[in-house]
Design a protein around this ligand. Sequence first.
Ligand SMILES: NC(=O)c1ccc[n+]([C@@H]2O[C@H](COP(=O)([O-])OP(=O)(O)OC[C@H]3O[C@@H](n4cnc5c(N)ncnc54)[C@H](O)[C@@H]3O)[C@@H](O)[C@H]2O)c1
Length: 320
Amino acid sequence: MRKIMVTGACGQVGSELVMALRDRYGNDNVIATGHITLPSERLSNSGPFHFIDCIGIKSVEEIVKKHDVGTIYHLAAILSAKAEADPQHAWDVNINGLYNVLEVAREHGCAVFTPSSIGAFGLTTPLDNTPQDTIQRPNTMYGVTKVAGELLCDYYYTRFGVDTRGVRWPGLISYVALPGGGTTDYAVEIYYEAIKHRRYTTCFIKEGTYMDMMYMPDAIKSAIDIMEADPSKLKHRNAYNVTAMSFTPEAIAGEIKKHIPDFVIEYDVDPIRQAIAESWPNNMDDSAARKEWGWKPEYNLASMTKEMLEKLSEKLKIKL
Ligand SMILES: NC(=O)c1ccc[n+]([C@@H]2O[C@H](COP(=O)([O-])OP(=O)(O)OC[C@H]3O[C@@H](n4cnc5c(N)ncnc54)[C@H](O)[C@@H]3O)[C@@H](O)[C@H]2O)c1
């Protein structure tokens, strides 16, 4: 088989996606690539690892040629809150980086998976039961790059026949690597703080704010499933809404309380991230993904919370 390359391999998603792909397709068939962050021992000891900078096309092309890469999972990106802090850099990584990956894919006949996000929507989008095809006028640099990325991937498919595919992920919750500076990061921090201090005193998102969320094993499954899907069934190739649950900060706190009864949540709202959250859907309609390639999440808030608390208490060596 031609090899698989993952960019952004040391990030929140990449550190788990690489291991899942290696389990499925064999360690040596999956080339992990990072940028500056050092890989975990697990990542670097289990298969090939290289540093690249996707802002420059050369290092991307070098790895694709060297390993005869046939599929690229392109995860390298600057996330929403970080992108607002440095929009110029976010444009460079999220747009020019993606353009370079697509150009290399065109030249070398690679398939490309690129995740979009709930950040691709904006205040004029219907925020309840957000349709698959709808108004997309985001007012953040992250959102602008995600909409442009969806369109660019569509273009490379229709114009050049590059096999591009993608999903719009909601906030992703995981215990292996820390999140990289997004608006939904509170829903990861809350579990760490619950275990360490039995209180989360800096919830930067306001009570009552709904956002779509997903537990990492489901996100990994969505990426692999769409790349393995029958292409003749895919009508919306690059931007499938996928979700697993939608909740508010007080709902996740309530679920944690079932396991840690004295758990307390307090708010210290960040106006920038709150404004971003309010421009994102409350809950998305993911029926196109369910119909076209059989998307179905396995975890809900209760099962995710139980597992997150168990796994994190093992990781942090703190008894619940
Ligand atoms: N985590 C989420 O909640 C979430 C939700 C929706 C969509 N997504 C999307 O999923 C993808 C992965 O997100 P993540 O959470 O793993 O992000 P992350 O910030 O944890 O990881 C991104 C990685 O990209 C790398 N990177 C940055 N600049 C680079 C460059 N110039 N060249 C090469 N690599 C570079 C970073 O080193 C980092 O490890 C992104 O496209 C993101 O927009 C994530």
